[in-house]
Design a protein around this ligand. Structure first.
Ligand code: PQ2
Ligand code: NAD
Length: 279
């Protein structure tokens, strides 16, 4: 069913903004700024931090002292000259007037800006974040309730599969090696590559994927990609403590049958629920 067009409004575009080696100006050094610094360091950008030393949060001090990606200036924001060569600006200061001025200067220069305490002065909002290796999850309430975003984040954290971060890391390595063997963008090869990756990710458990090492990746490509099949973990030299129900070849009809029966039963239950539900 296509989405109800009238529901397509009131949100934000949630994207994973690539900031590697870009220059981000952070104005302010307090509690909120320390969180901003962490988020920006994760994205491998360079930070220019402007804030009087007297107001630095201990975590901000720690980042200044220990990261070679931060250029620190012990002073207040000085004006447009502080925006030269800056790709993004974040302010987290307890001075609304200066925040508004910085926002206006950024907008004149089309520099994306976030002003922590003035939503209309934000081109983008931060959200409550979960991070595990390359896995990042952001919860946004679109400015309605940051505290509820924080509470929902804590609930979601309890549902993330064990080993998800490591599994993603290893699948990333597998995809890189696969692209070396089968290079190029798009076309039939691209389709086959995507199909095979979908099959591997769907038929191995996170725990199994997290166990992949260089040797197993090479064997998985030799035995799997080259022969157009998905071997099991054991077939490429790996072992888990618990045998996973998913860890069988995608081709096995003995597993496909119960899965299909379960799927049909699920669809029938949902249909029965929708048909009997009061309107
Ligand atoms: C998610 C998080 C990320 C982060 O900042 O890293 C974040 N705020 C967090 C916490 C938090 N912030 C505030 C409280 C006190 C409770 C309360 O006010 O409800 C708490 C809770 C606490 O401290 O526990 C006060 C507050 N926040 C904003 C204003 C201005 C205003 O609303 O007018 C005021 C002052 C309001 C006033 O003066 O009354 C504005 C914004 N805060 C946002 C993000 C953006 C919208 C995100 C969204 O809607 O989802 C947005 C629009 C701009 C931005 O900051 O990008 C982080 C939780 C991280 C975590 O713990 O997981
Ligand atoms: N968006 C959010 O998530 C959120 C959450 C809580 C508070 N806030 C708001 O964000 C702002 C910052 O919060 P905080 O807890 O980090 O405050 P804070 O008082 O701990 O820190 C303010 C920092 O700004 C610096 N500063 C002040 N004027 C400056 C200037 N002109 N140039 C450079 N640095 C300057 C101070 O020296 C200090 O380091 C506050 O206005 C607060 O109400 C936002």
């Amino acid at each position: 069913m296509p989405p109800d067009i009238s529901s397509l409004s009131g949100g934000s575009l949630i994207v994973a903004w690539q900031l590697k080696d870009k220059n981000v100006l952070i104005v302010g050094g307090g509690d909120v700024a320390s969180g901003r610094i962490e988020s920006i360091l994760v994205a491998d950008a360079h930070i220019t931090l402007i804030a009087p030393r007297a107001g630095l949060h201990p975590l901000t001090k720690h980042f200044i002292d220990n990261s070679d990606r931060i250029t620190y200036h012990d002073r207040v924001f000085a004006g447009p000259q502080d925006l030269a060569d800056i790709d993004m600006v974040l302010t987290a200061i307890d001075d609304v007037e200066v925040s508004r001025q910085i926002c206006a200067l950024c907008r004149e220069r089309k520099i994306p800006v976030n002003v922590a305490d003035i939503p209309p002065s934000c081109d983008f909002y931060f959200g409550s974040q979960i991070r595990s290796g390359p896995l990042q999850i952001m919860i946004s309430t679109n400015g309605r309730s940051p505290k509820l975003a924080n509470i929902i984040r804590k609930r979601i954290e309890t549902c993330i599969p064990d080993h998800a971060g490591e599994a993603i890391e290893k699948v990333g390595e597998l995809r890189e090696k696969l692209k070396e063997r089968a290079p190029g963008v798009g076309g039939d090869l691209g389709k086959r590559r995507m199909r095979w990756m979908i099959d591997v990710c769907s038929s191995w458990s996170m725990e199994e994927l997290a166990l992949l090492d260089d040797k197993m990746i090479a064997r998985l490509l030799d035995e799997g990609w080259e022969k157009n099949q998905v071997p099991r973990l054991e077939d490429v030299g790996g072992h888990t403590k618990k045998a996973s129900a998913n860890a069988t070849s995608v081709r096995s009809p003995s597993l496909l049958l119960p899965t299909a029966v379960g799927f049909v039963a699920g669809v029938l239950c949902s249909a029965a629920f929708l048909l009997t539900r009061p309107r």
